[in-house]
Design a protein around this ligand. Structure first.
Ligand code: NAD
Length: 469
């Protein structure tokens, strides 16, 4: 089966482009489909459609906009099986996790649709009134990455629309298909021009971020690209939400139940083959339990099956694309060149972009694998004895996305969590997220937040009415 017929959605209609972008199945390394490769003309049409649709959508009552956002969620849920199969094929993740992502996208739309941003009456002196109202910004450029293409696109679509903005969304060129398909499924009930979905190669993102037709950019991707987005948004002072990279630390205290914690931490690090922005990317493990903890993790590394995500029983898939595969292999080669101890699982030998689950046994703090975001299935385990030292090492980075703390004593865990310079912190769990909780990164992991009322507010501007009466 090929999917060469998927179309972009511009002004509520199917749109194609002269050029094509090839899509590779990361489990085989082979091209299996192609999608439109939009350039300047298609982008201009999409922006014009979004601008034309803005006044009508802005003036549509909140409840009607909420009903449409909710219906997007229902539509995704109703088509989950088809969407999840497509997602596994283009992204590589196991079928069950693809289904989970698609259903999470549906749930996010439906949960976001319940949010409201009431006017705020501000206390004023006698004979005066002051009211702050949250008004939409205008036309939003949404740019999403390849690790969770569906749910992270919905994190933009749902709040942008609910708040009264219109949008042009561009998924990653590595994972364009499932989001294109969602555009097709919703185009008959979302008013024309309100959502436009376009796909294209490397040139399209920069074209969007510098285009004066956008009022805001909501970007999820790497920190390096985030800097470029901020630069190109500067001339027109576009509003920005940047969700960027992380190098999340876990701190494991000696009082934990080793087997239980090792299993939870394993999945916090290796879900989606480590390609999660808030995955545990370095684990500081107390010296008293270091060996037993490492050995428990190593057992899992050997036991968890890696392979083509469309096959039954597979729990971990490939790296999503060749450039990232080369980067992760480069980090592995650096570990080997420095003779760090490696504990590894099995991975398919030929075909796709597979890297075996790898634990790096106590590499130095200054090693590349500890200092850099790996975004793949390699986790350094690092010993510590003094928790103050572990906290300071966890914070010794330009990143500040998330972290985890593991201890049987939740008061101690909370005290450690309070000291981590991150936007999110989990205690005795990892990765769990809520559509109602603000999510964002500190330092160079981002600007602003997504989700919850705070995330919704990021798609508005505060407009204050000051009245004498
Ligand atoms: P990336 O920065 O390479 O690409 C992200 C998106 O930006 C893609 O759609 C890409 O086409 C587009 N793009 C590329 N160059 C651009 C430019 N100059 N201007 C505008 N757009 C451009 O990131 P990626 O490799 O797709 O994703 C992996 C990274 O994303 C990791 O660092 C990960 O931690 C991060 N991430 C962060 C979050 C979060 O919420 N904080 C979530 C997921 C992923």
């Amino acid at each position: 089966m090929t999917h060469d017929t998927l179309s972009m959605t511009i002004n509520g209609q199917a749109a194609d482009s002269q050029n094509r972008l090839e899509v590779v199945n990361p489990a085989s390394g082979a091209v299996f489909a192609s999608v439109p490769d939009a350039g300047a003309p298609e982008l201009e049409t999409a922006i014009s459609a979004a601008r034309a649709a803005f006044p009508g959508w802005r003036d549509t009552p909140w409840a009607e906009r909420a009903a449409i956002v909710n219906r997007i969620g229902e539509t995704i849920a109703a088509n989950a099986a088809e969407l999840a199969t497509m997602l596994t094929r283009e992204q590589g993740k196991p079928a069950e996790q693809a289904q989970f992502e698609v259903m999470a996208a549906a749930q996010w739309c439906q949960a976001t649709a319940t949010l409201t941003l009431p006017d705020r009456e501000i206390k004023a002196g006698p004979g005066r009134r002051q009211v702050t109202r949250y008004v939409p910004i205008g036309v939003v450029a949404g740019i999403s990455p390849w690790n969770f293409p569906v749910v992270l696109s919905m994190w933009k679509i749902a709040p942008a629309l609910l708040a009264g903005n219109t949008l042009v969304l561009k998924p990653s060129p590595f994972t364009p298909m499932t989001v294109l398909r969602i555009g097709e499924l919703i185009r008959d009930f979302v008013p024309a021009g309100v959502i436009n979905v376009i796909t294209g190669g490397d040139a399209l993102g920069p074209m969007m971020t510098e285009h004066p037709g956008f009022d805001k950019v909501s970007f999820t991707g790497s920190t390096a690209t985030g800097r470029r987005v901020m630069e190109s948004a500067a001339p027109t002072l576009k509003r920005l939400t940047l969700e960027l990279g992380g190098n999340d630390a876990a701190i494991v205290m000696p009082d934990v139940n080793v087997r239980e914690t090792a299993e939870k931490l394993f999945w916090s690090a290796f879900t989606n083959s480590g390609q999660v922005c808030v995955a545990t990317k370095r684990a500081y493990v107390h010296n008293d339990i270091y060996e037993v903890f490492r050995d428990e993790m190593a057992k899992l590394a050997k036991a968890v099956p890696m392979g083509d995500g469309s096959q039954q029983g597979v729990a971990l898939g490939p790296i999503q694309n060749k450039p990232q595969y080369d980067r992760v292999k480069g980090l592995l080669a650096d570990c080997e060149a420095n003779s760090y101890g490696l504990l590894q699982g099995e991975a398919p030998q030929d075909g796709g972009f597979f890297v075996p689950v790898t634990l790096v046994d106590n590499p130095p703090e200054e090693s590349r694998i500890v200092r850099e975001e790996q975004f793949g299935p390699i986790l350094p385990l690092v010993r510590f004895t003094d928790v103050e030292d572990a906290i300071s090492r966890a914070n010794n980075t330009d990143m500040g996305l998330a972290g985890t703390v593991w201890s049987a004593d939740t008061a101690t865990a909370m005290r450690i969590a309070e000291r981590l310079e991150t936007g999110n912190v989990w205690i005795n769990e990892g990765l769990a997220l809520s559509p109602f909780a603000a999510f964002g990164g500190r330092k160079q992991s981002g600007i602003g937040v997504e989700n919850g009322v705070e995330g919704l507010m990021a798609y508005t501007e505060a407009k204050t009415y000051l009245m004498a009466n």
